[in-house]
Design a protein around this ligand. Structure first.
Ligand code: UGA
Length: 438
């Protein structure tokens, strides 16, 4: 089947490559020429394991093409997938202006019946409104199916081929069956529902996962008061199958292009509909608090942060990506800068992007090796649990650092016992401070 995919971020590009792999004829289109060139030349604008090979295969087998949006005059594909961004507005709502522009663009060019498949994350209620405002009976050619995406960055290709579920929301059974058939090569349960429920599934899933993270972070904060250990507590509760062990890693909070924006948007949506979603407010507040708590811990140990050399290890919002959007590391850097610290930052893949987004401020140096970042630092903060930090020769690291050899493990990825035996002053987020000594 011919499929036109509009928007080549990590959802659109993975969908394009995955659908081409399944045998469909896919055209991926974009407004950003530089991004598009990257896909055409094979120098992808995003870091996503396995995506380059999948795209190469699709292109060489001539099932996948990339074309600038201005070059598309007529749309005849029976499926048009919308994968553009829905960033946060300053008030917290999701900005769906790009989605609306794409729909108008499609409407003006469509010359044969088509089904719009909405993969962009749009607030519940949006699809219904788009159908009535833009796709009324008069056009008669365009059906609408909500098909939210649950891909994780860094594992998006794997997730595409092994989804936990495929959600389809619509009012037109023929259109739903058509979209269902796109996934013939994938073994996953389908959840078929109306458009608004499909949209809410996406938001509820992200909000629930964010809630788990904030919940475990609050338990970790309590551990700090009680000198209990969050790793043991998380293991102890996670073994209950009703709770499960995933998404119980405590730390400096969730970041990325999805959780923060989607949780805020759901809170905003609830509010404008007259519902105070108090639980969600607390989830947001706890997440905002975690980086502040981390900096407070440092200040408590070092007395002042003014002029202290602090090594910041990890900038990306999670390992396996160079994405810095809403990364807790960036919030910590700003707080450290406010207190006059001299930050030596290092990330295995996101250094360059960070230098661009933070600018070359006086208080911060982006180091090309971890050893430079540790050099002379009184304290090191681990903000992203990259394998490189877990596997590091910490004995050698200590030689580079200065007293009091403070490690603030913002992702609880190191062993407190090992670090303390090496002579570090180790602090985690809810880790027992002293060596085990019952
Ligand atoms: C998330 C969801 O997991 C995907 O299912 C969803 O499709 C995607 O958002 C989206 O809406 O597009 P992603 O943002 O790639 O995916 O990242 P996650 O792996 O979920 O991690 C999000 C944040 O939570 C990271 O900052 C991570 O460090 C943090 N986290 C995760 C924790 O602090 N603790 C945990 O136990 C798990």
């Amino acid at each position: 089947m011919q499929i036109l995919i509009v928007g080549l971020g990590y959802v659109g590009s993975v969908a394009a490559a995955g659908l081409a792999y399944a045998g469909h004829e896919v055209i991926g289109t974009e407004i950003d020429r530089e991004k598009l060139e990257g896909y055409i030349n094979g120098t992808l604008p995003i870091y996503e394991p396995g995506l380059d090979d999948l795209i190469k295969q699709g292109v060489s087998e001539e099932r996948l093409k990339f074309q600038h949006i201005s070059e598309i005059e007529r749309i005849t594909a029976p499926v048009v997938m919308i994968c553009v961004g829905t960033p946060s507005r300053p008030d917290g709502a999701a900005d769906i202006s790009q989605v609306k522009k794409v729909i108008s663009w499609v409407r003006e060019r469509v010359t044969a019946p088509t089904t719009l498949v909405m993969k962009s994350t749009v607030p519940p209620g949006t699809g219904k409104k788009l159908i009535s405002d833009y796709l009324g009976e008069s056009t008669g050619k365009i059906s609408y199916v909500s098909n939210p995406e649950f891909l994780r960055e860094g594992q998006a290709v794997k997730d595409w081929f092994n989804p936990d579920r495929i959600v389809l929301g619509g009012y037109d059974n023929k259109a739903i069956e058509l979209v269902k058939s796109l996934y013939d090569n994938i073994d996953a349960p389908f959840v078929i529902t109306d458009v608004t429920s499909a949209e809410l599934i996406k938001y509820a899933a992200n909000a629930f996962l964010a809630t788990r993270i904030s919940f475990i972070n609050e338990i970790a904060n309590l551990c700090d008061y009680l000198d209990a250990d969050i790793q043991d507590v998380a293991q102890g509760i996670g073994l209950d199958p009703r709770i499960g062990s995933s998404f119980l890693k405590a730390g400096i909070g969730y970041g990325g292009s999805c959780f923060p924006k989607d949780v805020r948007a759901l809170d905003f949506l609830a509010m404008v509909n007259g519902h105070e979603f108090e639980l969600l407010r607390s989830v947001i507040n706890v997440n905002n608090k975690q980086p502040v708590l981390a900096v407070q811990k440092l200040r408590r140990e070092l007395g002042t942060l003014n002029n202290k050399r602090i090594s910041l290890l990890g900038l990306a919002f999670k390992p396996g990506t160079d994405d810095l959007r809403e990364a807790p590391a960036l919030k910590i850097i700003r707080l450290l800068q406010d207190e006059g610290a001299r930050v030596q930052a290092y990330d295995p893949v996101a250094n360059k992007k960070a230098a661009v987004s933070l600018g070359l401020d006086e208080g911060i140096t982006f180091c090309s090796t971890i050893w430079d970042a540790l050099h002379g630092a009184e304290a090191a903060i681990i903000a992203t649990e990259w394998e490189e930090f877990i596997e590091l020769d910490w004995e050698k690291a200590k030689e580079k650092m200065a007293e009091p050899y403070l490690i603030l493990d913002g992702r609880n990825c190191l062993s407190p016992n090992v670090m303390q035996e090496l002579g570090f002053k180790y602090l985690g987020m809810g880790r027992r401070a002293k060596l085990k000594n019952f």
